[in-house]
Design a protein around this ligand. Structure first.
Ligand SMILES: [Zn+2]
Ligand SMILES: [Zn+2]
Length: 133
């Protein structure tokens, strides 16, 4: 009995991360189940970014990404789906968030410069006004 218990504990530890990942994704999973299963049938179990291959054992780490980021666009031929591992999927969405926030690097720098100057100007104006009164 003691030996068996030890064995069980070991198994739990190694499966801990998987369990957490599965738990975090469980609500998303339910919603995505339909197209995820379809995409996994249509596309190979390989991450489209890093090329990691998946088996039945770690398939829950392979997610389905919507290429146009529109989760309601689910053509049955799978043309809007891409199989991505959870890490590359996160990256993909981070890139998209940055793009949405700044447009591109140049406009981000321009925005920074534009917001800097008016403040300097305002400070000078305020100082002038204070001097007047
Ligand atoms: Zn990947
Ligand atoms: Zn996605």
């Amino acid at each position: 009995m003691v030996g068996r218990r030890k064995e069980k504990k070991k198994k739990l530890d190694s499966g801990k991360l998987d369990t957490i990942v599965t738990k975090v994704h469980s609500d998303v999973k339910e919603r995505e189940q339909g197209y995820r299963e379809q995409s996994l049938k249509l596309h190979p179990w390989v991450c489209g970014r890093c090329g990691k291959t998946f088996t039945r054992e770690n398939l829950h780490l392979l997610t389905v990404h919507h290429i146009d980021h529109n989760h309601n666009n689910n053509p049955p031929d799978g043309s809007n789906w891409e199989n991505l591992c959870i890490y590359c999927h996160d990256n993909e969405h981070q890139k998209m968030n940055e793009f949405e926030a700044y447009g591109d690097v140049n406009s981000a720098q321009q925005t920074a410069a534009a917001t800097h100057n008016p403040f300097a100007d305002l400070k000078a104006k305020l100082e002038k006004q204070e001097g007047k009164e």
